[in-house]
Design a protein around this ligand. Structure first.
Ligand code: BTN
Length: 241
């Protein structure tokens, strides 16, 4: 069952569920709206990339109206990644699932899902809404990607997209409640327990950094430890192992 907080709108095809949701938000929709499309013709990924969106996978956007400050909106990406991880764990028993900063879920060290947050801010910079876009590879995955990709099917799990959506919304509802009631601390702890650590290269908007994963701070920034022991706090980047 889908938790009563959510109202799901289903589309056979759209350009991007995030774009649809931003329009819905602008016309005054209240939080809890979920737009689910069977395929997208212009799916958007992080940092201006394209998100391949053929039939067979989950493409969904959620509308929240958080009461937090704009600088804390990014923390919802960890809430979302944990919910995706939990949903996959439920549907792919025994799979090797890890979280990759900031909000990817890996199965067998390959990317199975992505999260794209888009903030809606008023002219005064106050938070008016948050669109959380989630793609989960259920039956298909792209071949030529920045980071190797996989799907539930490729990992040996035949699942219905509806079941993935239901598992995700249930887990998301729980983690959202925890975050909004108890703050980032329990989310951070749970995220760190599932994180893929070790040596990594982080591609930054300008250049790259190498080091060892040393956690995330209370603002969700990646902590990267260099060989000389110094620590760098990173806001934006792509992690490679
Ligand atoms: C990433 O680059 O990892 C983020 C991918 C986010 C894709 C989802 S699919 C549903 C929603 N609509 C979009 O256009 N993008 C997000």
């Amino acid at each position: 069952m889908i938790p009563p907080f959510f109202r799901v709108q289903v589309l056979e095809e759209t350009t991007s569920t995030n774009e649809d949701m931003k329009k819905a938000a602008a016309s005054g929709e209240v939080e809890g709206l979920v737009i689910w499309a069977k395929r997208q013709t212009a799916g958007k990924g992080r940092q201006g990339r394209v998100w391949d969106s053929p039939q067979g996978n989950l493409y969904v956007s959620l509308l929240l109206r958080p009461s937090c400050a704009a600088r804390d909106l990014g923390l919802y990406s960890f809430v979302t990644a944990l919910a995706v991880q939990e949903a996959i764990q439920k549907l792919a028993e025994g799979a090797d699932i890890k979280l990759k900063w900031p909000n990817d879920v890996l199965v067998s060290d390959k990317k199975i899902s992505g999260v794209l947050l888009e903030s809606i801010l008023g002219a005064d910079g106050k938070v008016e809404g948050l669109v959380i876009g989630v793609g989960i590879n259920v039956a298909e995955h792209p071949e030529k990607t920045l980071y190797p990709a996989t799907s539930l099917r490729a990992e040996g799990f035949e699942r219905d997209v509806e079941d993935v959506l239901e598992a995700f919304l249930n887990a998301f509802g729980e983690w959202k409640m925890t975050f909004e009631r108890d703050g980032f601390r329990p989310v951070r702890r749970a995220w760190l327990a599932e994180a893929r650590g070790g040596e990594m290269t982080v591609r930054l908007p300008k250049g790259q950094e190498n080091g060892t994963f040393a956690g995330i701070d209370d603002r969700g920034r990646l902590i990267l430890r260099a060989v000389d022991g110094s620590e760098r706090f990173i806001d934006t980047g792509d992690v490679f192992f």
